[in-house]
Ligand binder design. Sequence first.
Ligand SMILES: [Zn+2]
Length: 228
Amino acid sequence: MDTLTISCMDRRLNGILDKENDGSTIMLRNAGANASALRDSIKDIISGNIGKIKLMAHSDCGAMKVVHSALKEGVKTSDYVYQNLVKQFDGKPFGTRKELEELNEKLQMEELKAISNGIEVESNFVDLSKYHFEEPNALIAVFTYHSTDKYEDLCKRAGLDTEATYFIQASSIEEVYSDIEIAVTKLSIKHIVLMAKKPSEYRPVYADMQKLKMKEFMEGTTVQFIKL
Ligand SMILES: [Zn+2]
């Protein structure tokens, strides 16, 4: 049976997630390992042969910076980012970013338990302070459908730098528009790649690319379609 892992899109997690993946781990990723916003993808995937659901949130999370600055410093986010990410923390008790990260882990675990249909759910929080990362020059964000592929393989096949590439994965691009928006507006990522691996994916991903280009937040950003 497969494992479903929900994690953050952060580039620094790629190698850590690859180590966790024995080839039967389906990955879903967005800003903040935000399971609440991936509800449709999760329900879709766990209707298959899933033995375990794993949450892998992490320390020093950019998505939690967005939430913290929105709720503690009044920094504006779009309505879409508020609804999909920030709102679930509004009015909840937390002070520091570390407390917010702990609250996020707790809320996402509650969400997963509520929709897991009896499948075992566990949390494996990643402390990034234990690792060392280089600062890459230009960051890239990839959208691709959820899969068991390793990021090193995907990046090699697409000619991308694994250490510079954020991965956003869901069963539909609509579910992660707010995460792409965060990548563009909060992380200043100027290059978005939509990646399709199977012939059956090429057409829908290409159509998604056209829709994405029309989004207001995409102004000044390049979008590329890579067929693997
Ligand atoms: Zn993160």
